[in-house]
Design a protein. Structure first.
Length: 262
């Protein structure tokens, strides 16, 4: 039997190289296919979507305007801090200035429409000088009429001593029928009517209290009358008071003291 010779087998090293080359080529081709596919996807995606990590450049568009194709991040303005509460400055208004109190000088003019008179050298509440008394010249005082109320037609005057040791005040002077516009009253005026004092005489009789009896207060009372009573001369003090009672619209009294040492 003839033995058929076997072909000489290829060396294992050549076969291994061939397989390696084929494997490398296959790998390269596969990688190329994958890369090509990825590039295609990237290009398509790039045309439509902005990657999430892409930061939009600060917009130069006026606030409130959105750039097309971009979603502007919410623009939150800086927190506005409320203006600090302003406290009104302390009241700088100057306090009201009070003018210094000025006291008007005292005037001797009486209020309008009131009855008032003064006596020369005799003050209300003062002392009667000796010249007007029985210890002096027994001179009649002079009364100055300062004011009379509206409607005065006549005046009447009565001077007496309520402190006299008699049942009734001792009368020293009675004058009536005095015109309402008379400026002065004294003895010896023919325009006046004179009554009787308690001496009795129809003239002034000055203070003459008992010696050692202490001071007596002498009252000079003037009556403002609203009519002309037409009284006759010689009325005493009590008769005069009764006559003028219904016509008197005002009365005013000045009181002064006199004392005789005992």
């Amino acid at each position: 039997m003839t033995e058929t010779p076997n072909p000489e087998p290829e060396s294992s090293s050549s076969t291994g190289r061939t397989v390696a080359i084929v494997a490398v080529l296959g790998l390269v081709l596969g990688v190329a296919v994958v890369v090509f596919a990825l590039d295609g996807d990237d290009d398509e995606t790039a045309d439509t979507t902005v990657p999430a990590e892409t930061t939009v450049a600060p917009s130069t568009t006026a606030p409130g305007t959105t750039v097309p194709g971009t979603t502007a991040p919410p623009t939150t303005g800086p927190a506005t801090t409320a203006a600090p509460a302003t406290t009104a400055p302390p009241d700088t208004t100057a306090p009201p200035t009070t003018a210094p109190t000025t006291t008007a000088p005292t005037t001797t003019a009486p209020p309008a429409n009131e009855l008032e008179f003064t006596i020369a050298d005799i003050d209300d509440g003062g002392t009667i000088p000796t010249e007007f008394t029985c210890d002096g010249d027994n001179t009649a005082p002079i009364l100055t009429v300062e004011s009379v109320p509206d409607g005065t037609v006549q005046l009447a005057l009565l001077v007496d001593d309520p402190d006299a040791p008699t049942p009734e005040p001792f009368v020293h002077w009675v004058v009536y029928g005095i015109p309402g516009d008379a400026g002065e009253i004294t003895d010896g005026n023919d325009a006046f009517t004179y009554g009787a004092n308690d001496i009795p005489t129809e003239e002034w009789f000055g203070p003459c209290p008992p010696e050692g009896d202490g001071p007596h207060g002498y009252e000079f009372t003037l009556f403002a009358l609203d009519s002309d009573l037409g009284l006759e001369p010689g009325l005493d003090g009590r008769a005069l008071e009764e006559a003028v009672e219904g016509a008197t619209i005002a009365a005013f009294t000045v009181t002064a003291d006199y004392e005789r040492a005992g």
